[in-house]
Design a protein around this ligand. Structure first.
Ligand code: CA
Length: 233
C-alpha cells in the first residue's frame, strides 16, 4: 500500500481518481489546489503524487518546482491536457517522473503509478538511509544514487547490487520476496528485464561478502525471500 496525494481542482476527476486508487489498496489524500497540497506535503509523508498541471492560484508547474526543491525524491506523475506537448516536455524537464494526457484510461494510470512507485523503491524522504547494527560501522545507502557506505568506507556496488541493497535496507526487519527484487531490477534501466531468478542467489552472496564486519546479515527465509537483520551480539 502506498500513500498517494492527488492534486486536482476538477472535483469529479479528483473524486473519481481517489475512489479508484483507494479501491486498488492505496491510501489516498486529495487536494483541490496548490496551497492545500503544500500544507499536506509539509505535514505528512507521501510515496507519490498525481499532479494536475492546470491548477488555480499556484499553477501545477509551480507546484512541481516547489516539490522538487523540498522533496527531490518524491515521485510525481503529471496530468496534462491532450494538446499540451510543451507542458509535457516542460514538466518532464522540471522533474516529473511520468505524465498522462487527459482524458486517460484508469487502468493505464494505475499501471504507470505502479511502475513509478516501484522505480522509486525507497520511501519518499530522499537522502540517505542508515541501518544501525551492533558494529561500530553503520551501513548508509544513498536513496537516489547507486552508492552506499560502511562507516566512512564506500562500498563498491554495481547498479543491481545497490538496487538490491536499497530494497533490503528499506524493508529492514521484514522479508523481501524474490518477486519484489526481480520487479525492482526489471524497472531499472539496462538489462534488468529477463533476469533469471537463480542469478539472485549470486547477488545475495556478493552482498553478504561486502557486508562482512557490518554487523548485518542477509538471511534466506526459506520459501519467502530475504531478510536484512542485525547479527545477535
Ligand atoms: Ca485542472
Amino acid at each position: 500500500m502506498s500513500s498517494l496525494l492527488i492534486i486536482e481542482d476538477d472535483e469529479l476527476l479528483r473524486d473519481g481518481l481517489a475512489a479508484q486508487l483507494l479501491q486498488v489498496g492505496h491510501k489516498v489524500t486529495a487536494a483541490a489546489d496548490g496551497e492545500a497540497a503544500q500544507s499536506l506535503l509539509e505535514s505528512q509523508r507521501f510515496d507519490g503524487v498525481v499532479l494536475d498541471l492546470g491548477l488555480p492560484k499556484i499553477s501545477g508547474m509551480e507546484m512541481l518546482h516547489w516539490i522538487r526543491q523540498r522533496l527531490p525524491a518524491l515521485p510525481v506523475l503529471i496530468l496534462t491536457a491532450r494538446d499540451g506537448v510543451d507542458d509535457r516536455v516542460q514538466g518532464l524537464n522540471a522533474g516529473a517522473d511520468d505524465y498522462l494526457t487527459k482524458p486517460f484510461n484508469m487502468a493505464e494510470l494505475q499501471a504507470r503509478l505502479g511502475a513509478m512507485l516501484r522505480r522509486a523503491r525507497l520511501p519518499a524522504f530522499g537522502g540517505t538511509l542508515e541501518v544501525a547494527s551492533n558494529a561500530t560501522r553503520r551501513l548508509r545507502v544513498d536513496a537516489t544514487l547507486p552508492q552506499a557506505w560502511l562507516g566512512d568506507e564506500a562500498l563498491e556496488l554495481t547498479q543491481r547490487e545497490w538496487a538490491l541493497l536499497s530494497l533490503l535496507v528499506t524493508h529492514a526487519g521484514r522479508v523481501v520476496s524474490r518477486e519484489e527484487v526481480l520487479e525492482t531490477w526489471q524497472s531499472e534501466p539496462g538489462d534488468g528485464a529477463g533476469m533469471a531468478s537463480n542469478a539472485l542467489e549470486v547477488y545475495i552472496h556478493r552482498l553478504r561478502r561486502k557486508l562482512v564486519d557490518s554487523g548485518l546479515n542477509i538471511r534466506n527465509v526459506r520459501g519467502l525471500g530475504y531478510l536484512l537483520e542485525t547479527n545477535a551480539a
